[in-house]
Design a protein around this ligand. Structure first.
Ligand SMILES: [Zn+2]
Ligand SMILES: [Zn+2]
Ligand SMILES: [Zn+2]
Length: 252
C-alpha cells in the first residue's frame, strides 16, 4: 500500500513555478550537471543526462520503483536498477536531488532547487505525500532556536496523518480496531449485549467517551488513552466499539 510515490505526488509542489520558468531552470540544472559529470570524468554521461531529464520532468517525489516505471515506458534501453540507483545517488551528491526517507515507505527523490525549502504531510494510509511551505512556521522555528541559542543548519518537518481523500473515504463511524495510531476518537455506539457495556463501564468507557489511540498495530494489543489512563482493549472487544473521528480541540 506504500509502494508508490510519484503518482500520489502529482499535486503542485510548494516550489512549483510557471512552467516556462521551471523549464529554463531545468535546462540550467541539466547544463550544470553535465559540467560536473565531465569534470569528474564520469562514465555514461549521455545516459545519465537522459535520466536527469526524466527526473526533472516529474514534479514531486519519485521512488526508484517509480522511476523504473517511467524509464520502462519512455527509455527502456536505460532500464537497469543499479545504474539508475547510482545515477540518482549522483544527483543527490552533486546537489540536484534530495533523498527523503519517510516512515514505512520506499525512499523517494525530489528536485533540489537551490534556496527553496518545503515540508511534508505524509498519509499513513495511502502513502500520499503533500508538500507545504509556510514562512510563519519557518520564522517561528528560528525564533525558538534563538531562544535556545541553537544555530540551526537544516531541518525536516514531517507530519504523519490521513490525507483528505482517505478521510473522505471513511465511514462516519468505524470499528475501533480500524482507528489510526495517534487518532483522537469518540465512542458513538457499542455493539453487543449488556455484558459488553458492563465491561466497558468497568474501564470507565461509555458512548460519548473520547479516546486517543496510543498504539494500534497488527501485532500486540490495542492501547488507548482515556482521561490520562492507558487501557488495553483486546481485538474482539475493539470490534464492538464504534467510533468517530474527533478533533482534538472539540473535546475540550
Ligand atoms: Zn520547514
Ligand atoms: Zn491518504
Ligand atoms: Zn518534497
Amino acid at each position: 500500500m506504500f509502494g508508490f510515490s510519484f503518482r500520489s505526488a502529482k499535486k503542485k509542489t510548494a516550489h512549483n513555478q510557471k512552467t516556462g520558468e521551471s523549464q529554463t531552470q531545468h535546462q540550467q540544472e541539466r547544463d550544470q550537471f553535465q559540467k560536473v559529470l565531465q569534470s569528474f570524468k564520469s562514465s555514461r554521461i549521455e545516459e545519465r543526462l537522459k535520466v536527469l531529464d526524466i527526473f526533472l520532468s516529474v514534479e514531486g517525489h519519485l521512488s526508484l520503483t517509480g522511476l523504473e516505471g517511467i524509464i520502462r515506458a519512455q527509455r527502456p534501453e536505460l532500464l537497469d536498477r543499479e545504474f539508475l540507483k547510482e545515477t540518482m545517488e549522483m544527483f543527490c551528491q552533486f546537489g540536484f536531488a534530495q533523498k527523503q526517507v519517510f516512515e514505512a515507505q520506499e525512499a523517494v527523490y525530489e528536485h533540489h532547487h537551490l534556496g527553496m525549502h518545503h515540508d511534508h504531510f505524509i498519509c499513513t494510509r495511502c502513502g500520499r505525500i503533500q508538500e507545504f511551505a509556510n514562512q510563519t512556521l519557518e520564522r517561528l522555528q528560528h525564533e525558538i532556536a534563538d531562544q535556545f541559542q541553537f544555530h540551526p543548519l537544516q531541518h525536516k518537518m514531517e507530519i504523519y496523518g490521513l490525507c483528505a481523500s482517505c478521510m473522505a473515504q471513511r465511514k462516519p463511524a468505524l470499528s475501533l480496531q480500524y482507528a489510526a495510531n495517534g487518532e483522537q476518537v469518540r465512542i458513538v455506539s457499542i455493539m453487543g449485549g449488556r455484558e459488553v457495556q458492563v465491561r466497558l463501564n468497568d474501564m470507565g468507557l461509555a458512548v460519548g467517551s473520547c479516546l486517543e489511540i496510543v498504539s494500534n498495530h497488527s501485532s500486540g494489543p490495542l492501547i488507548v488513552a482515556s482521561k490520562g489512563t492507558r487501557l488495553a482493549i483486546n481485538a474482539s472487544l475493539a470490534k464492538k466499539i464504534m467510533v468517530a473521528h474527533a478533533c482534538r480541540h472539540n473535546d475540550e
